[in-house]
Design a protein. Structure first.
Length: 305
């Protein structure tokens, strides 16, 4: 991340400090762990059997967050945990004003993570400032296999719904309009030049827009990168969003996932496009709400709350 410049921080919804008694925060911690365990149960079972899943594994491979990390609850900025000596000695925590209490150490956190906080704050704010673009129809997944050697296809054990030739024909009959660099960078060489505009990592903050499914999933990535300043409930809400978006992302892909229980969204048809865009609009609304909550976090951190 190079030379980030923070926009005006968004203040927290409730900047007043909060104190949680032991019974309260330990109950929140336990509830968080149960929710995380529910989300990751199938993945953990598959992992124990060395089984792969073409849809759900993405959340633990592309986003390299382990189930144990999701399980770790944090109260967020400005929340004092009473009777929490074990927290006071943990990374990014410090002793609170009340003996035996603990609080997230915003000063120490910012000393090492300021660039990350500023980058995420500015990127999320810039994404929210733009109108959503709803004309991509999920063709990024198609561009990733366009004219590709079958041996190099990412999900080789999962057949292409229209075959290689049919998949290529869909790409060739559409204008690729991807705005997300981390999808674009996986395009095949033959597909790169078919995108409406070339994309680069440096241009990402200027390109991200709120209708993009991958930008929506990345809200989870930014929450994980911010670590202990993000309240546990917000972290799991971003994971839930990424999980739901990933399902649409792959249902609209060229892969035949009916054997895995996923009905296709055939974006090569008018009806499929309409289904995709309707779901895309709903996800854009959910993503925006979570961006607002994350901006409250980054704003509070940058204000030194």
């Amino acid at each position: 991340m190079t030379a980030p410049t923070a926009t005006a921080p968004t203040p927290a919804t409730n900047p007043a400090a909060t104190t949680l008694a032991p019974l309260r925060w330990r109950a929140l911690e336990a509830s968080h762990a149960r929710r995380a365990d529910d989300y990751t149960a199938e993945h953990r079972r598959r992992r124990s059997r060395h089984e792969a899943h073409p849809v759900q594994d993405f959340l633990f491979t592309y986003y390299p967050t382990k189930p144990a990390q999701l399980r770790r609850w944090h109260p967020g900025v400005g929340v004092t945990l009473l009777d929490a000596p074990e927290r006071a000695g943990a990374r990014w925590y410090t002793r609170g004003r009340v003996p035996g209490s603990a609080v997230v150490d915003v000063v120490a956190y910012l000393e090492q993570r300021r660039d990350t906080v500023v980058y995420v704050h500015d990127l999320l704010g810039a994404t929210r400032s733009r109108p959503g673009q709803f004309g991509c129809f999920g063709l990024h997944e198609w561009a990733m296999v366009y004219r590709q050697d079958p041996a190099q296809v990412r999900h080789r054990s999962t057949p292409l719904r229209l075959g290689a030739g049919g998949t290529d024909a869909v790409v060739e009959s559409h204008q690729l309009r991807c705005t997300h660099f981390d999808a674009y960078r996986f395009f095949t060489p033959e597909a790169v030049g078919r995108n409406a505009e070339p994309l680069s990592r440096a241009d990402q903050p200027a390109r991200e827009q709120p209708a993009c499914l991958h930008a929506g999933m990345d809200v989870f990535k930014w929450a994980t990168k911010l670590g202990p300043v993000v309240p546990g409930a917000l972290l799991l809400d971003t994971f839930e969003l990424a999980r739901d978006i990933r399902e649409l992302d792959m249902r609209a892909s060229p892969y035949d996932l009916t054997g895995w229980g996923y009905e296709p969204v055939p974006i090569e048809t008018a009806a499929g496009k309409a289904t995709y865009v309707a779901a895309q609009r709903a996800f854009a609304e959910r993503s925006d709400a979570l961006r607002v909550r994350l901006l409250e976090v980054t704003g509070a951190v940058l204000h030194g709350a």
